[in-house]
Design a protein around this ligand. Sequence first.
Ligand code: PEP
Ligand code: MN
Length: 263
Amino acid sequence: MVNREVQAHDTVVRFGNAAVGGDKFAVIAGPCSVESEEQLMAVAEVVKKHGAVALRGGAYKPRTSPYDFQGMGIEGLKLLHKANQQLGLPTVSEVMEVGQVDSMCEYVDCLQIGARNMQNYALLKAVGESKKPVLLKRGLSATIEELLLAAEYIYDAGNPNIILCERGIRTYETATRNTLDLNAVAYLKQRTHLPVVVDPSHGTGVRELVIPLSRAAAAVGADGIIVESHLNPCEALSDGHQALTGPMFEQLMQELKPFVEAA
Ligand code: PEP
Ligand code: MN
């Protein structure tokens, strides 16, 4: 169902005022994790001011180490809801378990399936039944075909509002956190009608590489990016080293202007 042979025109996924797919390049931005009201509101204002169409922020965090910050949980979801109410920025947040789907739907506008859960078929079915827009990230070692089949699970459960996300894959390279597979973006744009976004933050793991890879994502034909930003990255509770500072986010939006403003 996600193949172009089934539907020739591009799917546009809408939530709040955000539209992903179609002519404009959509920038979704915000912190890796929701950490506090002050932190979230401050960064949300900055990304909104410079043209982000949606706010990201994790409340349930899939951390490699069980000793690292695991997220604020429901309190984080409430803060995302508040940020949306105050700023009119729709929100994207990761759902990690079937049992979280209902409460996530109450508080956020788009459900993120993280890389580690791309093949959690019970979760894919549950978000499919929810009808909320879904941002589906490619698994760390998943093939493009496996990503498309994961999307098919969501579609088949009744939810066609799916955004695919290339977030870098595991390779032998260790200089960067992951290897951003821009081939996948070009390939997916031919193969499927679903919108495709790039996550240059997890794709590189290095703040200084995020702007160049964002430009590359736009150039290769992605429908947008999802990017981590933090006003005080040294103090971030997760992924600070890959977060854009406020001035860097402004610079990013400046460089993406021709794509963001396309008719
Ligand atoms: C995230 O978006 O913060 C995240 C954990 O992403 P991924 O699932 O791509 O690692
Ligand atoms: Mn992160």
